[in-house]
Write a protein that binds this ligand. Structure first.
Ligand code: NAP
Length: 292
């Protein structure tokens, strides 16, 4: 039997409704959750991600303030803006869209954020608190993946989760959260030094692909009945597509759908959840600000 295809759009819609309801409740107390979005340069994927986030914020009754800069913007100018936004009580969250232009040190920018406004969960204090199991904004994509697993009632306790990818924004935090007491999975992390990837992925009850390598995970690499979550978003040139490219994940969907029990599509899987989680993080930041 083919896998259940997880509808990330529908799951995200429910979470966006929650966020909108939360925003409406705060509005009654005179507070509108507000996200400052900083974008430097004109990376087409970044522009499209930012537009998607702004649209979702508006639809949920939240505010966004946009700070768009040419790619040549100096690090000091961005740091000065962050200092202003940190001090601005009407701004509850600050998002710095990645990737930043090469001359800007991302570490320095992220470390300058007030951790109370770090709704992306990338600040070293947020990461440290997350690892220690303390309250922290969880990075949006990992939180989105965990929420999808929960919504689909995919058992995690005692499951073997294999995460392909160890980036600071997806693989590393996700592996850490999966191994937490609450989620209780046993975790293997794979990367480019892992050698024969299939040796590990075939052991996975839950397989999470976050490598940015189109079609990396094929059916023979998947255990029958595994839940497969495809985080990868890869743009492949496609002359027949209107935009000249198509989006594809890290998983060979057509092969793996015949072998897995659950699978997320790309697009329409993890992506929409990432945006929904950002709104929930912002809502929490704003509620905190209101002292609730
Ligand atoms: P990244 O920083 O490039 O990290 C990729 C990770 O995957 C690295 O740890 C790398 O290993 C590993 N890797 C790459 N190729 C591999 C291979 N052939 N075999 C084994 N491991 C491999 O990427 P990222 O920022 O984590 O993003 C990963 C993917 O998720 C991208 O496609 C990105 O567009 C997508 N993404 C999607 C969302 C969403 O909302 N859906 C959000 C964020 C990212 P090394 O450490 O050894 O280099």
């Amino acid at each position: 039997m083919p896998a259940v295809v997880i509808d990330g759009k529908e799951a995200a819609r429910k979470k966006l409704e929650e966020a909108a309801a939360g925003a409406a409740a705060l509005k009654k107390r005179g507070l509108v959750p507000c996200l400052a979005v900083i974008l430097a340069g004109d990376n087409p994927a970044s522009l499209s991600y930012v537009a998607g986030k702004e649209k979702a914020l508006a639809e949920a009754g939240m505010e966004s303030r946009n700070f768009r800069f040419p790619g040549e913007i100096s690090e000091e100018r961005i740091l000065a803006l962050i200092a202003e936004l940190n001090a601005d009580r009407s701004v509850h969250g600050i998002l710095v869209q990645r990737p930043l232009p090469g001359h800007i040190r991302e570490d320095r920018i992220i470390a300058a954020l007030d951790p109370a406004k770090d709704v992306d969960g990338f600040h070293p204090l947020s990461v440290g608190n997350m690892i220690l199991g303390r309250r922290a904004f969880l990075p949006c994509t990992p939180r989105g993946v965990l929420t999808l697993l929960k919504e689909m009632k995919i058992p995690t306790g005692g499951a073997h989760a294999v995460v392909v990818g160890r980036s600071n924004i997806v693989g590393r935090p996700l592996a850490n959260l999966l191994a937490s007491r609450e989620i209780n999975a046993t975790v293997t992390v794979c990367h480019t030094g892992s050698g024969d990837l299939g040796r590990y992925t075939r052991e996975a009850d839950i397989l999470i692909a976050a490598a940015g390598a189109p079609g990396l995970i094929t059916a023979p690499m998947v255990k029958a009945g595994a839940a497969v979550i495809d985080v990868g978003v890869n743009r492949l040139p496609d002359g027949s597509a209107k935009k000249g490219y198509r989006l594809t994940g890290d998983v060979d969907f057509h092969g793996v759908v015949e072998r897995a029990s659950f699978i997320t599509p790309v697009p329409g899987g993890v992506g929409p959840m990432t945006v929904a989680m950002l709104l929930l993080n912002l809502l929490e930041a704003a509620a905190e600000n209101a002292g609730s």
